[in-house]
Design a protein around this ligand. Structure first.
Ligand SMILES: [Zn+2]
Length: 271
């Protein structure tokens, strides 16, 4: 069987896969509080499952890189267990990982994120790779790839019902690693992440104004949403949808043509 995990390759195999045009998927998430019922590693567990399963089913198209376990998390430092990387350090680190792949000959890089606050930084990293190399680099959160199934199965109110350690994340974990979900500690629905008509937060759409408070100011348990609505069946549907869409996207991304640059700038001959 063709290898699908980057860390299992030898160096000649890495060169060969770059020549064959493999798409590099880099999973990125966080160590972060997830209420009383989920472990602090859950973002990593979910994104690693989606990206590694996608690679294993992609017939060699996707190589999944070792994941980046820590993320930008200052807003959650009031909760024990959380680790935070400064935003500029995080961006430079992720860029250096992605740029190393480009230097080794890979020209399609996909950052798949499993922690909300990383997303804007991953987007900027993807743009920095595109701006500084000839490679393509794109970024997405794994839950966006599950949107078709979420729209069908979601029981949480919108917005705010799916935000953190919520119906979505709890369902995914029930499917992928059920032994990690402490069902007796689920607790009540907590802290709808809606402050007013302009400021609200949900995995599937936020308000027009960006404002993120310190999490401990708005949630007692750390949860935002209702984990009681989660089921393993929903988790399986979400997970399978993400995996299938990641493979589909990588195929399309592989085939996207690099357009020739235009540069209309006046060239000062003295420079
Ligand atoms: Zn999470």
């Amino acid at each position: 069987m063709i290898k699908h995990l980057y860390r299992t390759l030898t160096w000649p195999e890495s060169k060969q896969r770059a020549e064959q045009g493999a798409v590099i998927v880099i999973p990125i998430a966080a160590i972060e509080q997830h209420g009383y019922h989920l472990p602090i590693d859950v973002d990593n567990v979910l994104v690693e499952h989606v990206t590694e399963e996608a690679a294993s089913r992609s017939d060699g198209l996707i190589l999944t890189a070792p994941m980046i376990h820590y993320g930008f998390n200052e807003h959650n430092m009031g909760f024990p267990g959380t680790i935070s990387i400064r935003e500029t350090v995080f961006m430079d680190f992720v860029y250096d990982v992605a740029y190393s792949f480009v230097r080794q000959g890979f020209d399609r890089i996909v950052l798949i994120n499993g922690h909300g606050s990383n997303q804007m930084l991953c987007n900027l990293v993807a743009r920095r790779v595109v701006n500084t190399t000839k490679a393509f680099c794109a970024a997405a959160a794994h839950w966006w790839l599950a949107k078709a199934e979420v729209d069908k199965l979601r029981d949480s109110a919108f917005p705010g019902g799916m935000a953190h350690a919520c119906e979505f994340e709890t369902a995914m974990c029930m499917h992928i690693r059920p032994e990690l979900v402490e069902l007796d500690k689920l607790g009540d629905r907590e802290a709808p992440s809606s402050r007013n008509e302009f400021i609200f937060d949900d995995l599937f759409g936020s308000g027009p104004v960006h404002f993120v408070d310190r999490w401990s100011c708005i949630s007692e348990s750390g949860v935002e949403g209702d984990p009681n609505l989660a089921t393993p069946e929903k988790g399986k549907a979400f997970s399978e949808c993400s995996i299938a869409n990641l493979i589909r996207f990588c195929r399309l991304f592989r085939d996207m043509k690099v357009q020739p640059d235009r540069d209309y700038n006046y060239r000062n001959p003295s420079l």
